[in-house]
Design a protein around this ligand. Sequence first.
Ligand code: ATP
Length: 512
Amino acid sequence: MDNNDFLKKVISHSKANGFIFQSSEIYDGLSAVYDYGPYGSELKNNLKDFWWKSMTQLHDNIVGIDSAVFMDPTTWKASGHIDAFNDPLIDNKDSKKRYRADVLIEDYIAKINSKIDKEIIKARKRFGKKFDEKVYRETNERVKNYISQTSEISAKMNDFLKSNDLKGLKILIDDLKINDPVSGTSNWTDVKQFNLMFSTEIGSTSESSKKIFLRPETAQGIFLNFLNVVNSTRVKIPFGIAQIGKAFRNEIIARQFIFRMREFEQMEMQFFVEPGSEMKWYEEWKEKRMKWHNALGLGDNLYKFHDHENLAHYANAACDIEFNFPMGFKELEGIHSRTDFDLKNHQKHSGKKINYYDQKSGSSFIPYVVETSLGLDRLFLAVISSSLRNEKLEDGTERVVLKVPFEISPVKVAVMPLNAKDGLPEKALKIYDELKLNFKTQYDYKDSIGKRYRRQDAIGTPFCVTIDYDSLKDNSVTIRNRDSMEQERVPINILADHINKFTSINNLLKKI
Ligand code: ATP
C-alpha cells in the first residue's frame, strides 16, 4: 500500500469508527475543517491531559492559563503578524488551483530526496553488511549530484523567502519546470503574498465596531498575560506559562487531512528566561520535548529534529520535531528561541512597562523566551496513523486493530456478558457500574464475542472483560489484552487495579 493509500485508509477508518468527521458534511463539507467524533474527542482529551499534566503538574515552575481567542487588534501589529504572517501563493491558470510557492519547491526537493533514498536502498542490498551509507553519500557520483542539486535549490529558495523576493521564487519555479500536479501544466501566475489571519468585527453598531482577528497562534495570549501572571502568582524566572487552545489560519493549501487545518488546536508553552541564557534553555527544551514524545511509545525512530535555516522574524534559533506521517517526515512540533521580540513590542505598542524585576540580582530586564509549540491535531494524526494495523491471525482471518498506547485509548475497557440471559447481563452490569467510576467503560452485549472483540480492536480498547457462567460461581472474569490477545482469569475485586496498572496516564508521566 503506498503512502497516499495509507492516508486514505486512516481517513476512512477515522470516519467509520467515530474519530473524525469532515465539518459540515451534510452541506458537502467545509475544506480543511474537521470535527472530532465520540472516540476522537476522548483520545484528543487524553492527549491534552498528558501534555497539560507533564507541563503544569510535573514542573513546579510552569503554570497554565486559558486566554481568549479575541484580543485587541494591536496585538497582531506588535507581534508582526499583520505585516509578516504571509505565505507566498501562486495559481495555476489551467486548473485554477492555488499553491504555496515554497511548498511546490519543497515537494520538488522531496522528489529528489526520494531518488536518493531509492539509490541507498539498492546499494544496501548490493553491498550487504559492508554498506556504509555515509561513505556512499560522499562518493557515489549520482547521489552526490542529487545532494548538491537539493542544497542549491533550497539555498536559493531560502534566500528569496528571506528577502521577500517573489519574482525570484517565480523564476525558480519556472527554471525547475515545476508543473501543477492537477493540470500538468506550468501555466503559473506571478507569486503574491497572502496574509493567513482570519478577521471579523467586534461591536454592535457600525460606528463602534472594529476589525479584530482570530488568533493564528495561542502564544500571544500568554505574552499579554505575562505581567498578570507575574503579579498574581509566586513564579520566578526561569518559569513557563502553558496553554492549550484553538488557533486559526486561512491556509492556502488545505490538504493532508488534519495535518493542515484552518481551525486547529495548539499546546504551547512559553518559557521566560534571563537574557543570555536562552541557548541553554533552548537545548534543554529540545531534549525534554523529544523525551516527552518518546514516552508515548509510538516508536523513537519515527521522530527526528530539523533545524530551521530560514528563521521566523522573531527567532534567533528554531527547530522542528518531525514525525514520520503517512506523507513522510513533516513538522509535528516547533521549538523556538523567540528572544525578547514579543514582550518588547507589546511594551512599545501598549506603552506599558513589561519588565521583570529580579530580586536576587536587583536588576530589571525584559525576559527572553523559549517556546515549545505542539499541534494537537498533528499529534492526533501521528498517534492514529502509527497505530492502525491490519493483522493476520493464526486462523487465517484478519483483524483491523488500532494499537494506540493503552494510556490514551478512548475507551479503556469493554464489559461483555457471554450471553444475554441466565443472570450474566445482571452480573456484567454490576461490574460495568463499578468500572465506569474509574475508566471510560463500554457495556457491549450484542453479537458474538468474536465480533465484539473486533469492534473494540477497531477503536483501540486495551481490555475486554467477559462474564461467563464460571463468573457466577467464582467471582472471576476473563480479561483479554488487545495486543497479545491473551486471556487471563482475574478476580472481580482486583479488576479495577489490574486495568489501572496498564492504562493510567501516570505510566507515561513517569517516563519523562
Ligand atoms: P507549517 O510550516 O507546517 O505551516 P508552522 O511552522 O507555521 O507549520 P508553527 O507556527 O510553528 O507552525 O505552529 C506550531 C505548531 O502548530 C506546528 O508545529 C503544528 O503542529 C501546528 N500547526 C500549525 N499550523 C497548523 C495547521 N494549519 N493545522 C494543524 N496544525 C498546525
